[in-house]
Design a protein. Structure first.
Length: 156
């Protein structure tokens, strides 16, 4: 087994646990990280009564949609750092990932958030030494596109 590959896999697993278990707001939303690679990440969550924004149509609150898109954007930006992190000290790795933060977020709501299960995915458009730009999408269980977003994240 290649030690570097195992180290990279370990970083992706740590990111999954961070975004799923350690970030309190992600836990409130019930987010599960379904995949994370250097190219992007995906998350899923289920509709719940307390996530409804329109009680008449029983659709997701727009803030939930934007929060999940931001979370998957942050995960994707963080994942782009993994190749750089391999071989660094634990302290340097923590410092690197602690720098990740949202600079700008744009969300386009394309249709009401109807459904029982939602997935959000992100892919890197560009990742440089200081900034990463991520494109995100959210779909319902019927694969209907609910919203798209573009996020700019500090990565260094």
């Amino acid at each position: 087994m290649d030690v570097k590959k195992e180290t990279v896999r370990g970083f992706y697993d740590r990111l999954r646990r961070l975004y799923e278990e350690r970030l309190p707001f992600n836990r409130v939303l019930g987010i599960t990280v379904t995949s994370v690679t250097s190219d992007g990440g995906t998350m899923a969550f289920s509709m719940r009564e307390d996530l409804i924004g329109n009680v008449f149509h029983r659709t997701l609150h727009g803030g939930v949609i934007s929060s999940v898109l931001d979370a998957v954007g942050g995960l994707t930006a963080s994942a782009s750092l993994v190749p750089r992190a391999a071989g660094l000290s634990e302290e340097a790795v923590r410092e690197m990932f602690a720098q990740v933060g949202t600079i700008d977020l744009r969300v386009d709501y394309l249709r009401p958030g109807r459904g029982e299960r939602f997935t959000a995915g992100g892919r890197i458009m560009r990742s440089g030494r200081k900034v990463a730009v991520v494109r995100m999408e959210m779909h319902n269980e019927d694969n209907l596109l609910v919203a798209v977003g573009t996020g700019t994240y500090m990565v260094g």
